[in-house]
Design a protein around this ligand. Structure first.
Ligand code: COA
Length: 341
């Protein structure tokens, strides 16, 4: 699916990580794994996990506050007229988390809804919010990716425990009548393939295998993933979707200043960069410090790259993500002149 978003700009960026840092060494104390395996197979050295009682909405509020501040907006009525929150780990199965986040930010009676596209969620949320702006239904939107995967990991599953982290990132999108300023969203590509639904899933707790009666097997209540198949799909889908965007914009690989891919595994990021002909040095990597934060992954990587000074105003940025569903998506933009918070 193609979404043309010419008059929409990114005008603010905020991020938040819960303070508790979990090192590879800490995981080795309770799981049959090694720092060497985790580092060489994934590139991850540590991740942050929210403590007991901390929910996804709590992280989303923090990141939302910061993104509004970065956009020069006070959290309060009229700051934005839409909140879209991408998450796999909502505060409750019902209702959505975003209305509560909007209320806690004091945003007034704005439209607010959640998006469930797993690790592609942030790109889907960008597409949804920018489409509302293009249609004239909103002037400014707060787009948040927030996750607490630590709440859905099977404590006995070494494959998922070493990979996933918690965190939140948010951007403010705005209608952009001044199309000469950097920050414009230039193109978006989205896709899905539901035949791969079982590769990434929480089998129980929905309407197909209910959380109540008959009581599900405890393992079915946790996040599960077929790592090897996901790896191949992630490389192929992100590469193809990115190439679609590049072709439509007429950009060669040399015109991409920064590739900001979903931070799943450094070997996946390198393979996507290689497939597109983009040097690995131009692929943003922060997964060594945060792990795979699913829907929060792209905005956290953007915040990291902006804070390090890598992203400069006018830089051409290509975003790409892949996740459960299966889903995938890519977006291109020029980097705005903003200070992330
Ligand atoms: N520590 C030590 N060994 C582990 C391990 C861990 N944490 N996790 C798995 N292994 C073992 C496996 O049991 C297997 O052992 P075996 O050969 O005796 O059967 C061996 O390591 C190789 O497993 P495999 O799954 O083939 O490894 P891999 O190179 O594919 O790496 C992933 C596994 C999960 C890191 C990799 O497939 C991956 O990153 N997939 C994508 C994950 C992702 O990000 N998904 C989210 C949505 S995008």
């Amino acid at each position: 699916m193609t979404v043309h978003t010419t008059p929409v700009a990114l005008v603010g960026l905020g991020s938040y990580l819960p303070p508790q840092r979990i090192t590879n060494e800490a995981l080795c104390e309770r799981l049959d794994t090694t720092d060497e395996w985790i580092t060489t197979r994934t590139g991850i050295r540590s991740r942050h996990w929210a403590g007991p009682g901390v929910a996804t909405g709590d992280l989303a509020v923090e990141a939302g506050h910061r993104a509004l501040k970065s956009a020069g907006l006070e959290a309060g009525p009229g700051a934005v007229d839409l909140v879209v929150l991408a998450t796999t780990t909502p505060d409750n199965p019902c209702p959505a988390t975003s209305p509560d986040v909007a209320a806690r930010l004091g945003l007034g009676p704005v439209a607010a809804y959640d998006i469930a596209a797993v690790c592609s969620g942030f790109i889907y949320a960008l597409a949804a919010a920018s489409a509302h702006i293009v249609a004239g239904q909103a002037q400014r939107a707060l787009v948040i990716g927030a996750e607490t995967y630590s709440t859905i990991l099977n404590p006995a599953d070494r494959t998922t425990n070493v990979i996933f982290g918690d965190g939140a990132g948010a951007v403010v999108l705005s209608a952009a009548p001044d199309s000469d300023r950097p920050g414009l969203l230039l193109d978006l590509d989205l896709g899905s393939d539901g035949t791969g639904r079982d590769l990434i899933t929480i089998p129980a707790g929905g309407s197909r295998q209910r959380a109540t009666t008959p009581e599900p097997d405890a393992d079915d209540c946790y996040f599960t993933m077929q790592g090897k198949q996901v790896f191949t799909q992630a490389v192929n889908r992100m590469t193809a979707s990115s190439q679609t965007v590049l072709d439509r914009l007429g950009w060669g690989a040399g015109e991409v200043d920064w590739l900001v891919g979903h931070q799943a595994n450094v070997r996946i990021l390198n393979a996507v960069a290689r497939g597109l002909g983009i040097p690995a040095e131009r692929a943003v990597v922060n997964l060594d410090r945060v792990g795979n934060t699913s829907a929060a992954s792209i905005p956290l990587a953007l915040a990291d790259a902006a804070a390090s000074g890598a992203l400069t105003p006018g830089a051409r940025v290509l975003l790409t993500a892949f996740g459960g569903g299966l889903t995938w998506g890519s977006a291109a933009l020029t980097w705005p002149d903003i200070v992330p918070v």
